[in-house]
Design a binder for this molecule. Structure first.
Ligand code: SF4
Length: 186
């Protein structure tokens, strides 16, 4: 499946109930270069649903500013979510909704072949790394899964509610940059 086929499949997806309330299927944004970094959040919010682009609200701006401050190259990352359709009232996606959407994320792995996957927040970390641990206990740790390095940090939206998490968030992204410099930009 190429990118066009993948996007067409995603836009027509009705594999879970979230398709009923969506305005758009929010697929992703960023570099399609292979062998780079894939950031994965939980799901689209109101702005993302309207614009069809992930991380365009306040949390997205915070993430972009952090990545810019840490000198990530825009060629080196792609940003997506566990679910591609907005959960009503911005609730967390259910386990069933996440599981329904994971095949599309796996298809994205095949297209991007990321070397590093960064889960942003508990929903992404529980689905991608360990469903039994909290984001606080997992963040900043690294896991090799089939040759792809997985790590996690807070969802940037959490920082807008609790600014005391910002230093840890920046520290975790700094670690990602160090790994990227070692494994991607060598
Ligand atoms: S959230 Fe994912 S699985 Fe559910 S309808 Fe949207 S694209 Fe399909």
């Amino acid at each position: 499946m190429n990118w066009e086929e993948f996007e067409n499949t995603a836009r027509q997806c009705k594999a879970c109930g979230l398709c009923e309330g969506r305005l758009t299927v929010v697929i992703g944004r960023g570099s399609r270069n292979t062998g780079r970094i894939l950031f994965v959040g939980e799901g689209p919010g109101e702005n993302e649903d309207k614009q069809g682009v992930p991380f365009v609200g306040q949390a997205g701006r915070l993430l972009d500013l952090a990545l810019e401050a840490l000198e990530f190259s825009r060629d080196d990352y792609y940003i997506a979510n566990i679910v591609k359709c907005r959960p009503p009232q911005n609730r967390n996606p259910s386990l069933e909704e996440c599981e329904a959407c994971l095949p599309l994320l796996r298809q994205r792995y095949r297209l991007l072949k990321p070397k590093i996957v960064v889960a942003l927040g508990a929903v992404a970390a529980n689905n991608l790394i360990d469903k039994n641990k909290t984001i606080t206990s997992m963040r900043g740790q690294w896991f090799d899964k089939g040759g792809i390095l997985f790590t996690s940090t807070y969802h940037p939206a959490a920082l807008t509610r609790d600014s005391s998490k910002k230093p840890d968030f920046y520290y975790d992204l700094k670690q990602v940059k160090a790994y990227a410099d070692k494994y991607i930009n060598k």
